[in-house]
Design a protein around this ligand. Structure first.
Ligand code: FE2
Length: 432
């Protein structure tokens, strides 16, 4: 055995388990594995999960907040203006440096699959060009999928259509659109049709920024559903954001949710930037601006969570931690019920795997790829509550991250004790 993990807590299984890895695959999962592995991990009763996937991360725009100026309003439109100023002078070395740094942050937080969204309206396409170079360099620590995203629109931008097609010729894995950013409703519809045309022509998957606004009249998602069904692309399409859904009336929202299910479209919600950037113009009472995550999940739509922006013109904060983002969704999305919090873990693991189209080799099962993480938490609730560290991140049976969590010593009266925010069992004399 190349690696044995001892005393792991596995979701859906009682007790603690030993897991053996051979030839980069899970070879056995048993209550007790006899014999030693060449390498051993003692999980100490902590939760072992398949790796996280982050399907929406603007890797060409990370770590550049304040360049050339900070977003003072905190809003989406000011962020787009600042990004327009920034991309006039950014270069490949700046993009490479920042993207590599954030990729490492993501991996250290248990992410082994990233869909990088790269600006297809940059006249020099520096983001895509740089990330295509990085993709091979980082393949031992992360699976990078690259999506071409027309930040300034396809038809609003004079050269937008040609630029987007060029991205696919260069090797982008995924094609995106931004229908709500086009000048007219009709151009928004054309935007979606053009993206699907390119996807068919170049045999790529689709991930469109759609209805990323607090304007309830933005209803381009209905065209995405139709195009996915009529072209037989069910399961190959993702819809990012759909924040306008918060403003849809129930009759319309549930029609859309039904069609998303029928089209098997993956919904990607970005609670960090959506909670911060959207709906800045509305007075009080103020709506949320978020896809209806709970309604979508309850009706069988695949929903996953993404980090989107990490210290960029749209979002000065961000730490590339999907558990932190899930924690925010539990609050902002009114999903703080016991079962709902557990669903956060589904969204950043198996739901994400479906979005990345990697289900066949994904999961902690015998015969699957030995990719996994061990959290500093005994259960799903604590993982989300504490935004847990990853004690181990393992890719193809090889440990690529080891973390020693911080230790806090409290000096109290004559004693010194460790404080780790974890529940300690009551002494046995306490009765309920
Ligand atoms: Fe985005």
């Amino acid at each position: 055995m190349d690696l044995v993990i001892r005393n792991a807590c596995l979701r859906g299984k009682d007790g603690l388990w030993d897991i053996a890895v051979e030839n980069k695959k899970f070879a056995a999962i048993l209550p007790k594995i006899l014999g030693n592995g060449k390498k051993e991990i003692d999980a100490q009763g902590n939760l072992m999960l398949p790796p996280f996937g982050d399907p929406h991360l603007h890797l060409d725009a990370v770590l550049c907040s304040g360049e050339p100026r900070y977003n003072m309003s905190g809003g989406l439109l000011e962020g787009i203006q600042i990004w327009g100023e920034r991309k006039k002078y950014h270069n490949k070395e700046m993009i490479r440096h920042n993207a590599l740094e954030v990729i490492k942050w993501e991996v250290a937080h248990g992410v082994l699959h990233i869909r990088g969204h790269l600006d297809a309206t940059d006249p020099h396409l520096l983001g895509l060009e740089t990330l295509l170079e990085i993709k091979d360099q980082v393949k031992d620590i992360v699976n990078l999928q690259l999506s071409a995203f027309p930040q300034d629109g396809i038809f609003t931008n004079p050269n937008g259509a040609a630029q987007l097609e060029k991205c696919l010729k260069m090797g982008a894995d995924c094609v995106g659109g931004a229908p709500h950013l086009e000048m007219t409703y009709l151009d928004g519809v054309r935007d979606i049709q053009f993206v699907f045309d390119l996807a068919e022509k170049y045999d790529r998957i689709v991930d469109i920024h759609v209805d990323e606004t607090a304007d309830g009249n933005s209803r381009f998602i209905e065209y995405m559903c139709k195009e996915a069904v009529s072209r037989g692309m069910e399961g190959l399409v993702s819809a990012s954001h759909i924040t306008a859904m918060d403003q849809y009336n129930n009759d319309y929202a549930f029609k859309i949710i039904g069609n998303l299910k029928r089209a098997d479209i993956n919904v990607i919600t970005n609670p960090t930037s959506n909670s911060a950037c959207e709906n800045r113009l509305e007075g009080y009472p103020k709506h949320r601006a978020l896809a209806r995550v709970n309604d979508l999940l309850e009706r069988g739509v695949n929903v996953t969570i993404a980090n989107d922006s990490v210290m960029n013109p749209w979002h000065i904060l961000g730490q590339s931690n999907l558990l932190h983002t899930a924690n925010l969704l539990a609050h902002y999305g009114h999903m703080n019920g016991f079962t709902q919090i557990k669903k956060m873990i589904d969204m950043i693991t198996y739901n994400s795997a479906k979005t990345f189209l990697i289900q066949d080799d994904y999961g902690i099962d015998v015969g699957k790829n030995a990719d996994f993480i061990v959290l500093d938490a005994k259960n799903e609730i604590d993982a989300v509550r504490l935004c847990s560290e990853c004690l181990y991140v393992v890719k193809e049976g090889k440990i690529i991250v080891e973390t020693i969590p911080a230790k806090r010593s409290l000096h109290f009266r004559e004693d010194v004790e460790l404080v780790d925010m974890k529940i300690k069992p009551y002494p046995s004399k306490v009765k309920f």
